[in-house]
Design a protein around this ligand. Structure first.
Ligand code: H79
Length: 615
């Protein structure tokens, strides 16, 4: 058992001692759905919610990415004060300007609700240490909303937002930084923090802990957040002991607050012995697989096409924002793996969620109105690696059977949904958007469902298939690439096993491996060749301008083929490059893609690799 789960149970056991009967957080499951008891009580709503809105909003929203000393450099966002090396005394002046008169909490909460989101998490304090509420603790350093024109006019946007959310049944949650570029007490003070340097106060990790806990407890008292999302835990001045102390303080104040794992240390996207809190938090990546029953996770993803969290002027371009289909694919993929999606928007300094985000969010919400039962309250699907045709999720039924939701990206050409490897007997199959029951039968070691011809060309629809009993933990799905009649292997992105952040995105011909933002990221293909022979390796890849000249490598045994990337004008705009020739022995082979020289934020996105036999 992981620390993660362990802590949750320990805190649960404390609840009766505190004498406060926890409010029943989890809505009873509808109709024939059985309740899931694998999660601790406070996690129930979270495990069922599946989709939340993340909001990064703060003083950094004022410059919106444009460098103070070099207006041509527009590549900044919520890390502004750090990445532009702006003296803190200058950055502080943004506080005297912050006056988001267009802020309308009802509008924001409505956008979240219309997107089908069940929780909302906003930055109460990002790494700049600025409290986005009238904080008594931060007022000691004159570093809270109280200092701004908006605060002076008596506005409290977090309270307004909390009320607007709760009116709509949306859980209100807060993001709170650990790393603090402003506090004079913070252990890893920046040289650019002239305000602290001139204060005569020395960094002091004990006093910082007191300050941080006071700040968090003030938030709990004022806003009663359903969840606290910590971040910035990686610097050396934050230890596991610090994390344990903070976590205990929160549990004591309110045992029902969910806490993300970044309160501790270690890798936040893997089960890690130094991790604390309730759930894992992969960032800008969807893990290849979930983490098993009773382990919750949530991938936070930006809506920004440039992967910014805070608003950046380059985002004001409806073309670059992630499409409705991409957002839905994130949600399908995460639900299939048993995780949540926390999807970020960066509102403007005037207080508006940019217009270009809204239709894509709303489109996803409209889909969920019809098909939401495949997502909300669902648990991981039947496959641990994902099929090409779509994703699955499951729910246990009260009668002991299992409902498998098959989310199809597109109607299959042969009109048959093949739940390969599923050996349970089908009981019933229906389309979530209506129509007569469908014929389902067990055949060739799987379940086949015959779809009506009228579905031809239809996208993103769900077939609910009830099968007898419980589905086995491992349902076999053969993803090994096979050669075509000319002996050509198409190694598709979905065939790859990915490590260290690279993740599958896009669908059909547009599918690709992205998020190659760590040099440690790799993708590995395994396949079997009929005889020893040489193959030309053709690589489809796409790259933004800044990545031009990056070098990636394809490794097979002791052969290494380097490939220099040419910019294509977009991550998902693929061209085919020739990587050279590989001599492969008969039998099982592996090809590993790795990064050698990275220009820009990633070398490229990878599309399909083709191995063409040399005549
Ligand atoms: O709040 C959002 C990010 O600001 C924060 N977590 C999410 C939820 C975050 N902190 N660190 N990181 C993400 C990863 C660090 C990325 C960095 Fe960079 C690369 C820091 C410096 C180089 C990104 C690019 C930020 C500045 C430049």
């Amino acid at each position: 058992m992981t620390t993660l789960h362990h802590i949750s149970i320990a805190a649960l056991a404390l609840m009766p001692l505190l004498g406060t009967a926890p409010p029943c957080n989890a809505a009873p499951p509808p109709g024939d759905i059985a309740p899931d008891t694998t999660f601790p009580e406070r996690m129930r709503w979270f495990a069922d919610a599946k989709s939340g809105m993340f909001i990064h909003w703060g003083l950094y929203s004022i410059p919106a990415g444009v460098h103070w000393n070099n207006p041509a450099d527009k590549g900044h966002a919520e890390w502004y004060v750090e990445t532009t090396k702006m003296p803190m005394s200058e950055y502080e002046k943004f506080a005297d300007q912050f006056n988001p008169l267009k802020f309308d909490a009802e509008k924001w909460a409505q956008i979240a609700q219309d997107a089908g989101m069940k929780y909302l998490c906003i930055t109460s304090m990002h790494h700049d240490g600025f409290a986005m509420f009238p904080s008594k603790v931060s007022d000691r350093d004159n570093w809270s909303l109280s200092r701004t024109p908006f605060g002076k006019a008596g506005r409290d946007p977090l309270m307004e937002l909390k009320k607007a959310c709760e009116k709509r049944g949306i859980k209100f949650c807060l993001y709170h930084t650990i790393m603090d570029w402003h506090s004079p007490l913070y252990g890893a003070r920046r040289p650019t923090n002239d305000v602290a340097n001139n204060s005569g106060i020395q960094p002091d990790t004990n006093k910082f802990q007191e300050y941080l806990e006071a700040s968090v407890l003030e938030e709990i008292e004022r806003y009663h957040p359903a969840m606290l999302w910590f971040d910035g835990n990686w610097e050396g001045c934050w230890t596991l002991e610090n994390g344990k102390h903070l976590e205990a303080a929160i549990r004591k104040a309110d045992p029902l607050v969910i806490i993300n794992n970044r309160v501790g240390k270690g890798n936040h996207a893997k089960l890690d012995k130094n991790m604390l809190g309730d759930y894992l938090t992969p960032e800008q990546q969807i893990p290849a697989q979930g983490f098993g029953k009773g382990v919750a996770f949530e991938a936070c993803m930006t809506m920004s096409g440039h992967n910014y969290w805070g608003i950046n002027k380059a985002d004001f371009d409806a073309k670059s924002v992630k499409s409705q289909q991409t957002l839905m694919n994130f949600l399908f993929d995460l639900s299939a793996k048993g995780g949540n999606m926390l999807l970020n928007v960066g509102p403007t300094a005037e207080g508006e969620i940019p217009d270009f985000c809204v239709p894509n969010l709303k489109g996803m919400g409209d889909w969920l109105k019809v098909n939401g039962q495949a997502i909300y309250g669902s648990r991981a699907g039947i496959y641990s690696r994902q099929p090409a045709w779509g994703r699955t999720t499951t729910k246990r039924l009260q009668n002991g059977n299992t409902r498998v939701y098959a989310i199809l990206f597109e109607a299959p050409k042969d009109g048959v949904l093949n739940l390969e490897g599923l050996t349970n007997t089908p009981v019933k199959a229906t389309l979530l958007d209506g129509g007569a029951p469908l014929a389902a039968q067990s055949k060739d070691g799987g379940v086949l469902v015959t779809l009506p011809a009228t579905l031809a060309g239809k996208k993103n629809f769900v077939v609910a298939v009830d099968v007898a009993g419980e589905v086995a933990a491992e349902v076999a799905l053969d993803l090994t690439p096979k050669a075509d009649k000319d002996g050509v292997f198409a190694l598709r992105p979905r065939h790859a096993a990915t490590e260290n952040g690279m993740a599958l995105q896009g669908e059909g011909d547009a599918e690709n491996l992205g998020f190659w933002t760590s040099k440690a990221g790799t993708a590995t293909w395994t396949f079997t060749t009929p005889a020893a022979r040489s193959y030309k390796l053709e690589v489809a890849c796409g790259a933004e301008n800044a990545s031009d000249g990056s070098v990636i490598e394809f490794v097979s045994g002791n052969q290494v083929l380097p490939l220099t990337i040419k910019a294509t004008g977009g991550w998902e705009k693929m061209t085919t490059l020739q990587a050279g020739t590989l001599k492969l022995p008969a039998g099982e082979n592996k090809i590993v893609a790795r990064a050698k020289t990275v220009n820009g934020i990633a070398p490229c996105n990878l599309g399909t690799l083709r191995l063409v036999p040399v005549k």
